[in-house]
Design a binder for this molecule. Structure first.
Ligand code: NAD
Length: 276
């Protein structure tokens, strides 16, 4: 069986175009402030792509590049200033932060209604309770991909591999809220292969190249690969794409799957924050 390739780039472009139309017709220009600390090359690329997507959609964006030795107090001061700025509807602090800064303290200092990354405890609590709120971009993007691929979630069996606060856990909660029966795996899960074999929907968010192989996949399952691993100058996912595509019903590629959706959902969240 040859699976359907879920084109995340095309879906992301549709989401961005729909945001651009709403922004051009609305009275408010949504504003996003991105704070980056230090010169981590991967973070620089992510921030550049985020700012570019904002420009494409007609958002106002501001980038604050702070030195690697900025103090926690100074960073919190910047967040407080942006919290009070009426032209800014979304604030994003690019992670990771240097070790001398308490990440939780910074993320919690962002006003919950401007927390477009969806990491503030209030927004996580809203997700747990199934209440409206700003949702973490990567799992929210996976949900849009599942919806566009026509995958029915209610009554399905989903396995999420990875339990991080930014991907695995919120992903599991979104699937639970959508009526799926969800298992969350981690590095100590016994019989990972047998567990994944049960799944109608597999979400891989691990950070291990090609961990998920064809033998682990039930025929016809939908496979969403969140992993981004750098290898020989290129990017590979957590799923062994070439073997799994012969078994899965639908699969996302890396690159061109979940990655573009994360950025599109950031724009969508900023628009949501601006019109709320
Ligand atoms: P993380 O390191 O915080 O978490 C990884 C999780 O995988 C942990 O819960 C760990 O227990 C689990 N794990 C590790 N080895 C395992 C194994 N052998 N079997 C089962 N579980 C195992 O990572 P993260 O921040 O959640 O990111 C995961 C991957 O997704 C990374 O490759 C990251 O680059 C990528 N990512 C992509 C996007 C995107 O936009 N596409 C966004 C965020 C993260």
């Amino acid at each position: 069986m040859e699976s359907t390739i879920i084109n995340g780039r095309a879906v992301a472009d549709e989401v961005l175009a729909s945001c651009a139309t709403k922004i051009s017709q609305g009275d408010v220009v949504p504003g996003l402030a991105v704070i980056i600390v230090g010169d981590n090359p991967a973070s620089q690329v992510y921030v550049r792509n985020k700012v570019r997507a904002c420009e494409k959609a007609g958002l106002h964006s501001e980038k604050y590049a702070l030195s690697v030795d900025v103090s926690e107090v100074e960073l919190l001061g910047k967040v407080a200033q942006l919290n009070a700025d009426p032209a800014i509807h979304g604030i994003l602090v690019q992670l990771p932060l240097p070790a001398h800064i308490n990440e939780d303290k910074v993320l919690t200092a962002i006003a919950a209604h401007k927390d477009v990354d969806g990491f503030h405890p209030e927004n996580i609590g809203r997700l747990v309770a199934g209440l409206p709120g700003l949702r973490p971009c990567t799992p929210a993007g996976c949900m849009v991909l599942l919806e566009r691929a026509g995958v029915s979630l209610s009554g399905s069996r989903a396995v999420v591999i990875g339990r991080s606060n930014i991907v695995g856990k919120p992903m599991a909660l979104m699937l639970i809220n959508a009526g799926a029966t969800v298992t969350v795996c981690n590095s100590k899960t016994p019989s990972l292969a047998a567990t994944v074999q049960q799944a109608d929907i597999v979400i891989a968010a691990v950070g291990r190249p090609r961990l998920i192989t064809a033998e682990m996949i039930k025929s016809g399952a939908t496979v969403i690969d969140v992993g981004i691993n750098r290898e020989d100058g290129g990017l590979v996912g957590d799923v062994d794409f070439e073997s799994v595509r012969t078994v899965a019903g639908a699969i996302t590629p890396v690159p061109g799957g979940v990655g573009p959706m994360t950025i599109a959902m950031l724009v969508s969240n900023t628009l949501q924050a601006a019109i709320a």
